[in-house]
Design a protein around this ligand. Structure first.
Ligand SMILES: [Zn+2]
Length: 299
């Protein structure tokens, strides 16, 4: 837990929970996707299960720590096809009744707990009402309003806030990734989103589009457009790319500010149209021609 970047207050309070040995039966880790909730839940679980924690953090030397990756004292439930299924929750509830094997506690992490439907939440509620003393359930959710009040009332809620740009840069550096300012501004403090946008190739395309727009050449712009159209199957990808392009253009220097503002507003208009399911090939063709016209308009 000591190597985690950001969320300092949360880390300190989790450490003090371990130190005081006042571990609750249920926690809810809540916050936007991609900010480290699952990573911290696993670190917290390891510290809960550790047989000899030091200063609120696992020792990494005891039998529990050494077998942490394969121990049956930790059960992780993930969503399947975007859903935590009721059968999976029922099996977790059966598992909860089996005593721990190595540690004196058991931890259950339910990732994307807000994807549990009503039957799954009902099944879980029974375990939350009368949990065995040794059990701790950690629910992870980005949208807690999807969880029933009866579940929320049984959990200690820990709210995670977005990461700062400096923290995002530090985390990315650990993985040898350099984040562009346009991505930092767009990812809303989510390291998951920032890394995804950097690694999926969108950003290379955004830079290509920016270069083409700055060149003022319709041939260059059409070349970049062909690449952009390859993303046509997923509307959200186009929206991400256009939003990044808007951020990038807003930051790049130009000696004609009005022209740049107009070009950006054309992209914003087209982005909105695509969100509203207006034919996106036509929209993108229109966007490129309008940007080119704007770029070549006489002052
Ligand atoms: Zn240990």
């Amino acid at each position: 837990m000591n190597n985690i970047v950001g969320h300092n207050k949360i880390i300190e309070s989790l450490k003090s929970i371990i130190k005081s040995d006042k571990i609750s039966n249920a926690y809810l880790f809540c916050g936007i996707d991609g900010i480290g909730k699952f990573l911290i839940a696993k670190e917290f679980a390891k510290s809960i299960l550790c047989l000899d924690p030091k200063d609120g953090v696992y020792c990494d030397a005891c039998e529990s720590c050494k077998t942490f990756s394969s121990t049956s004292d930790l059960v992780v439930l993930e969503s399947e096809d975007g859903l935590i299924k009721v059968d999976a929750v029922r099996s977790l509830c059966r598992e909860i009744m089996l005593k721990p094997t190595i540690s004196d506690r058991k931890v259950f992490i339910i990732n994307d707990a807000d994807t549990m439907g009503d039957p799954a939440q009902n099944a879980l509620l029974k375990s939350l009402e009368e949990p065995p003393k040794y059990a701790t359930i950690i629910l992870i959710a980005s949208n807690k309003s999807m969880l029933r009040k009866t579940i929320l009332s049984r959990c200690v809620t820990i709210d995670f806030s977005s990461l700062s740009n400096d923290e995002l840069k530090q985390i990315a550096n650990k993985y040898g990734i350099i984040l562009d300012d346009a991505i930092l501004d767009y990812c809303g403090g989510s390291i998951g989103k920032a890394i995804r946008l950097t690694q999926c190739g969108y950003f290379d395309l955004v830079e290509e589009l920016e270069k083409a727009i700055n060149s003022g050449s319709l041939i260059e712009m059409n070349r970049a457009l062909v690449e952009l159209k390859k993303y046509k199957t997923i509307k959200e990808e186009i929206n991400d790319i256009l939003n990044l392009l808007i951020n990038k253009l807003s930051k790049s220097l130009t000696n004609d500010c009005n022209r740049r503002v107009k070009q950006i507003s054309i992209i914003e208009e087209v982005n909105e149209n695509i969100k509203r399911n207006i034919n996106f090939e036509d929209s993108l063709d229109y966007m490129i021609v309008r940007i080119w016209e704007e770029g070549n308009r006489r002052k």
